[in-house]
Design a protein around this ligand. Structure first.
Ligand code: KG4
Ligand code: ZN
Length: 321
């Protein structure tokens, strides 16, 4: 069995999976409420909460799976990218446990973890495929040709798609994190009511800053009363522009790379319009789309583990090297 640990942002998570990729337990302690009043994740608040939660969350994951640390063959832990202080809590914990128990450790790239969410369960997706990775911090199109690595075909030049959802929600007076709120509100709105720009930057990259500015000006021009009346139309039109950008790029990049199968991972994969626009794409179950530790354990299946002594010198990194 593999123990997975994730603490890169505002989710403290631990999970136990089998070496065949069956999830035995996946425990996620979300800090959402702690950050909501700030309208975004506050790094120092996140680190402190991780410190309080990490022990109980790992205990809970082992308990729920009905196993102990002695049943583990290795530990997989997120090494980066993410918030350094937050990452260090999970990484230090994993190192200490690996050392104390003599367990091999696999440091996992968080993005590789999101991809590996597709390799879990009874009908795992087999490479090769083109993968849209869309979270609150990253938006990339990847060529996945084997289980253990990926090639980046495109990335965002400014905001991530989830960030665009969150900032848009804020402009519309919706609570943080705003992706799910825009998604729900958009169901009652007309996606063609407003025309928001879909950036066409060269290559397979994304840009969402123009879209965000466009919503800002539209909201300002409409005024408070009209915005309140047309909130659903605004949400639907804004969401349509993001989904168009994502689906267009994914299909273009997949064609260029000669990849016929598509997949979507990350928190934004929960979006109902995105899912509807990509009926041919593989999407992990919702619980595995947002940050979790089962995906980190999954990625740890396909990497060479470090000995406990080698693991002790591993450091966290904030952005991909
Ligand atoms: O993968 P994730 O849980 O965390 C990061 O690694 O960032 O993604 C969180 C992001 C947030 O920006 C959130 O607004 C967005 O995913 N999200 C959604 C939906 N549910 C969550 N965006 C659009 N539609 C949704 N239904
Ligand atoms: Zn993530």
């Amino acid at each position: 069995m593999i123990l997975g640990i994730e603490s890169s942002c505002d989710e403290t998570a631990a999970a136990v999976i089998t070496h065949e990729g069956q999830v035995l337990s996946s425990v996620i302690a979300s800090q959402g409420d702690y950050h909501a009043r700030y309208g975004g994740v506050v790094p120092e608040v996140a680190s402190r909460r991780h410190l309080e939660q990490i022990g109980p969350v790992i205990h809970e994951a082992l308990f729920a799976a009905g196993v102990g640390l002695d049943d583990m063959a290795r530990i997989g832990v997120t090494r980066g990218p993410g918030l350094i202080g937050a990452l260090l809590v999970g990484l230090s914990t994993a190192k200490a446990m690996a050392w104390a128990k003599g367990l091999p450790l696999v440091p996992v790239n968080h993005l590789q973890g999101h991809v590996a969410s597709l390799f879990l369960g009874n009908s795992p997706l087999e490479p090769p495929f083109a993968c849209l990775l869309a979270t609150g911090g990253h938006t990339q199109v990847l060529a996945v040709r084997n289980h253990g690595s990926f090639e980046r075909l495109g990335t965002t030049l400014d905001d991530a798609a989830g960030e665009a959802f969150d900032k848009g929600a804020r402009l519309l007076g919706l609570p943080y994190p705003g992706g799910a709120a825009i998604d729900a509100l958009a169901q009652e709105g007309d996606p063609l009511a407003f025309s928001f720009p879909v950036a066409n930057v060269p290559g397979f990259d994304f840009s969402f800053s123009g879209l965000k500015t466009s919503l800002l000006y539209t909201v300002r021009d409409l005024g408070e009363v009209a915005v309140a009346e047309r909130r659903a139309d605004l949400a639907a039109s804004y969401q349509r522009a993001i989904v168009l950008a994502l689906t267009r790029r994914l299909r273009q990049a997949a064609d260029a790379a000669g990849l016929t199968r598509l997949a979507v991972v990350g928190g934004v994969a929960a979006n109902s319009e995105l899912r509807a626009a990509l009926p041919d794409a593989a999407v992990a179950p919702l619980a595995l789309c947002t940050d979790n530790a089962a995906m980190i354990a999954s990625a740890a299946r396909y990497a060479e583990p470090l000995s406990p002594a080698e693991a002790l010198v591993v450091d966290a990194y904030a952005s991909a090297p």
